[in-house]
Design a protein. Structure first.
Lengths: 205, 313
């Protein structure tokens, strides 16, 4: 299938480059924010820190919106490359779809948390940590999806040494009840931590 | 000044960032290429004798070609060419894993140099030539786009270019093929038009079973390169031959009157890898949907819980 005379697979590659690149840039901005917050603590803050934080907040906010947009476009183009019938018959394509949808969800969650909480979220430790965890899950799912795309397109990916060391292959891995149970377990642990963690604001009030 | 106003100002101040970012990403977009430095070269020498396409290795018929044993696929292969096309010999054995019935197949995939994708890529599909007793005429050609089910060239409106004859003798299949250099309504992904003396293409070899989709033993596309040579192989066959190689393989019934020893292909060792001998199970859509639902609902609840605690406090 062609779009404006260009094969749909090329369009898919292009939009994947977009959201992957933006996700990497967003993660770098988060690392800069974390380092700045760790190094410059206390009442005496350098004058440049506030504009830096505002800029980094913009990168996180706009970047996550752009990632969500490009992930949706890459999902559509990916679906046009592979019909549903061949998608559900191939483990690697099913794994790629699951991880791509997971990545979309995490980046959407990142964007929505920022949207709901406003720029002040970085001043609240719990929300700050939640955003960092969400971004790390988002970039992990994005990277794993991209590695499968590279395996399909060029026959190899940069993650290959890791997969070889772990004796793991996406062409044989399948989601089974055990994987679902492990996921449920992790989420339950996360919820318990959130609900039981003492609220500092409450205590100080 | 409120944080919200500061944020809006920062948005304006850094508005160039996403634009610059997008431009940088688009400019840096590059394709990944692999070299074929480690690839083993299989040379197709100038044919000195004709080939009778009957699936039987006649005495001296392939002594003018380099015989290569592909252990991964359990095949013996040989190539030679005349001025009009390429002659190919494939020999493989029945095994407990593959080729127990008529749905057995073996063959070769071809692509331009440096494409190296296993079974081709979406952007650079490979052309497969498969021999199987289940095919009408014993051969069919496919367009392969990565690890998905290849489509026949006919389904894309093109023609199969190879002519083959395959025969089973005991437990050994022998396929003899001819493929012209000048193609007729061939797939645009076909690398053959680039073939000339001194040029090379990537090739891969596979043996499998159509009855068990996904079950096959294959080399990857970075292992072998097929090179055409204008020279003859080794010392060459005896000179007393009546060579009338034909351009039409269907009529290539010319016989040679050479009198040398019978050709013996090296023994084919079936050493299929574990992954190739076990059919991958089919993914369950239900489990995948459940997993995704668990992630979305669970992590969504996690985020909501965090925000709820701050709202409460």
């Amino acid at each position: 299938m062609d779009l404006f005379g260009v094969p749909i697979s090329i369009w898919h590659s292009l939009v994947v480059e977009e959201h992957t690149g933006i996700a990497v840039f967003l993660i770098i901005s988060l690392v800069v924010r974390i380092l700045a917050d760790l190094v410059y603590r206390g009442p005496n803050q350098p004058v440049w820190k506030q504009p830096l934080k505002l800029g980094l907040d913009f990168i996180a906010y706009a970047g996550s919106a752009a990632i969500v947009f490009f992930l949706i476009i890459s999902g559509v183009t990916g679906y046009l490359i592979q019909p549903y019938s061949s998608l559900i018959a191939s483990p690697i394509l099913m794994n790629k779809s699951l991880l791509a949808l997971g990545a979309l969800f995490f980046w959407l969650a990142f964007f929505l948390v920022r949207f709901r909480s406003g720029p002040g979220l970085w001043e609240k430790k719990g929300l700050y940590v939640t955003e960092v965890i969400t971004a790390l899950l988002g970039i992990t799912f994005t990277a794993l999806t991209a590695s499968m795309g590279a395996e399909l397109m060029v026959g190899e990916s940069a993650m290959e040494p890791v997969y070889k060391a772990l004796n793991f292959s996406w062409t044989t891995f399948l989601v089974d009840p055990l994987v679902i149970e492990v996921t449920v377990g992790l989420i339950v642990i996360g919820l318990i931590v959130v609900l039981l963690f003492p609220s500092r604001t409450k205590k100080s009030a | 000044m409120s944080l919200e106003v500061k944020s809006i100002r920062a948005v304006r101040r850094f508005a160039f960032v996403p634009i610059a970012l997008l431009l940088a990403i688009m400019l840096s977009a590059s394709t990944v290429q692999r070299t074929t430095a480690a690839a083993q070269t299989i040379t197709a020498y100038q044919a000195q004798g004709p080939v009778k396409l009957d699936g039987v290795v006649e005495p001296n018929e392939w002594t003018d070609a380099q015989i290569v044993n592909i252990t991964t696929s359990g095949m013996g292969v040989a190539f030679k060419h005349n001025s009009t096309g390429l002659f190919m010999l494939f020999q493989w054995k029945q095994s407990s894993n593959f080729c127990k019935d008529n749905f057995c197949y073996a063959g070769m995939e071809m692509d331009y140099l440096n494409n190296t994708s296993v079974m081709g890529g979406f952007a650079t599909p490979a052309v497969m030539m498969l021999l199987s007793p289940s095919f009408t005429g014993g051969v069919d050609e496919f367009i392969s786009k990565a690890e998905t089910t290849p489509a026949t060239v006919e389904s894309a409106g093109y023609k199969t270019q190879s002519t083959c004859a395959t025969a089973l003798s005991g437990t050994t299949y022998t396929g003899e093929c001819y493929r012209p250099f000048k193609l007729n309504n061939a797939s645009p992904y076909d690398p053959f038009p680039t073939l000339a003396a001194g040029s090379s293409i990537e090739v891969g070899f596979a043996v499998g079973e159509f009855n068990l989709p996904g079950l096959h033993a294959a080399t990857d596309m970075s292992s072998f390169v097929l090179t055409l040579s204008s020279q003859t192989y080794g010392t060459g066959p005896p000179t007393s031959t009546t060579t009338t190689s034909t351009t039409s393989p269907s009529s290539s019934t010319t016989t040679a009157t050479r009198s040398t020893t019978t050709l013996t292909l090296p023994p084919v060792t079936v050493t299929s890898t574990v992954s190739a001998t076990t059919a991958p199970p089919t993914p369950s859509v239900f489990y995948y949907s459940t997993e995704l639902a668990v992630i979305v609902v669970g992590f969504g609840a996690f985020c909501v819980a965090v925000m709820w605690r701050y709202k409460k406090s």
